[in-house]
Design a binder for this molecule. Structure first.
Ligand code: UD1
Length: 427
């Protein structure tokens, strides 16, 4: 048996310029939204990552034709004639459930395998269901599948979400654009990826006002009037934040290109609080640091709060900062598994419920560590860059889900990092 790992040599730096790819969390939903266009949608700036491969497979199983040319995709949904997404795909990637909204919108019928729990918490879908029910969707659970039907069509409704769930807001948007009448989504998620999705739906002929704010109004249009469009995916703010964290660790200077700095406002504020120097351009952020990292307090919250998807990367910064930092995770209940791996590298972290008390240490030691999810995996590679000696990061499929050519991009910034296939004797 063999295993591919990422090997990082420590005591290294990370500097130069890097371009981020299109946002994973946006592109996945844009592909799902193309189902509503009944024809050839062209998407640009689609990242080359394995989660996108899964979403392409979801669309192919529904009957779509998908062709790829580098970072562009042509998704032809004219021939879609099925509405089932099997467990095999949903269990690989929970975001597969974002076809639920567009399928009920277009066909009045969807059959999507129920997602199980996952490593970063229970991740329920009750808010998706309650919201869609208000629009006229009826659900049944059948042999592990969620069966959705709209016996009386979709109609507008006033939906108040318990929590600004990203996925629920997106599913509601993709169904309500073709509902009869007006839908109000209150306490909607405000992430930049929601705005990107709403922009694309509007380019297709939908009528959405207020995306990016807590209250979104959707005036439904007839399903047949939505048409395919050509759209460019917004830059990945989480990939950008990951590289910025890497440069904050080593001092930089690093210029991250291809992202709107306003999407990273809270992360930039925290980097500044940790004494990094930041300069923002129209689509770039430059970071450098000369003084020792200073401890801070971080609470993850829905956008525009601090993103949970950058929590691990900033816990790493806290682990090497002067003083004691407190990190509070409010979005996902089990997202501190990364701490255990970092402790194995010499970090001093105590977890109590959803708070982490991080006492800064002078150095970390290279070790064999394991990615527990994709953000944790990316952060472990960064930890290896500043640790003493060599670090081998295992379970790197997690990293490949969400980071395009992570090793190649880090190498271009001067990091001594490579992918290595270990045979059994070396494991
Ligand atoms: C998306 C992102 C993920 C990010 C997260 C929060 C994608 C593919 N993934 O995930 O990277 O970390 O937003 O920014 O876009 N919840 C319920 N019931 C529901 C829906 C959600 O209880 O019906 C809970 C979840 O368990 C979680 C919290 O709400 O604790 C936030 O979930 P949500 O915002 O929906 O995240 P995702 O869309 O799954």
């Amino acid at each position: 048996m063999s295993e591919e790992v990422i090997v990082v040599e420590g005591n290294n730096t990370l500097a130069g310029e890097v371009r981020v790819s299109g946002a994973k969390n946006s592109a996945l939903k844009l592909i799902a939204a193309s189902l509503l266009g009944r024809g050839k949608t062209i998407l640009h700036n689609v990242p080359l990552i394995s989660d996108i491969d899964v979403m392409i497979e979801v669309l192919r199983r529904l009957g779509a034709t998908v062709t790829r040319d580098g970072h562009s995709l042509v998704v032809d949904t004219a021939s879609v004639d099925k509405w089932e997404t099997p467990y095999e795909l949903v269990s690989k990637m929970r975001a597969s459930i974002s076809v639920l909204g567009p399928l009920v919108g277009r066909f009045g019928h969807a059959r999507v395998a129920m997602p199980g729990g996952c490593q970063i918490g229970a991740r329920k879908i009750d808010m998706h269901m309650v919201g869609l029910e208000a629009l006229g969707v009826e659900f049944d659970i059948d042999h592990g599948f969620l069966e959705a039907r709209t016996p009386n069509g979709l109609h507008g409704a006033h939906v108040v979400l318990d929590f600004p769930s990203v996925g629920a807001t997106e599913n509601l948007l993709m169904a309500s654009v073709v509902a009869e009448g007006t839908t109000i989504i209150e306490n909607a998620a405000r992430e930049p990826e929601i705005v990107d999705l709403a922009n694309m739906l509007n380019e297709m002929g939908a009528n959405i006002v207020g995306a990016g704010e807590s209250l979104i109004e959707v005036v439904g249009v007839p399903s047949e009037s939505l048409h395919p469009c050509e759209h460019t995916t917004v830059g990945d703010r989480i990939e950008a934040g990951t590289f910025l964290a890497g440069a904050a660790l080593t001092g930089g200077p690093l210029r991250v290109v291809g992202v709107d700095p306003s999407y990273l406002r809270m992360a930039i504020m925290k980097l500044e609080a940790m004494v990094c120097e930041i300069e923002s351009g129209p689509d770039s952020v430059t970071i450098s640091r000369t003084l020792p990292l200073r401890s801070t307090e971080i609470q993850t919250l829905p956008h525009p709060g601090f993103p949970t998807d950058l929590q691990a990367q900033f816990m790493l910064l806290a682990a090497l900062a002067d003083g004691v930092s407190v990190i509070t995770e409010n979005v996902f209940e089990n997202r501190f598994m990364f701490a255990a791996e970092l402790i194995r590298m010499g970090a001093d972290i105590t977890i109590e419920d959803h708070h982490a008390l991080v006492r800064g240490v002078q150095t970390l030691q290279g070790a064999d560590v394991s990615s527990t999810d994709l953000r944790a995996g990316a952060a472990l590679v960064l930890a290896g860059i500043v640790a003493e000696g060599q670090t081998r990061v295992h379970n790197i499929a997690h990293i490949d889900r969400g980071y395009e050519d992570y090793v190649g991009k880090l190498s271009s910034l001067g990091v001594n990092v490579s992918r290595v296939v270990l045979d059994e004797s070396a494991l």
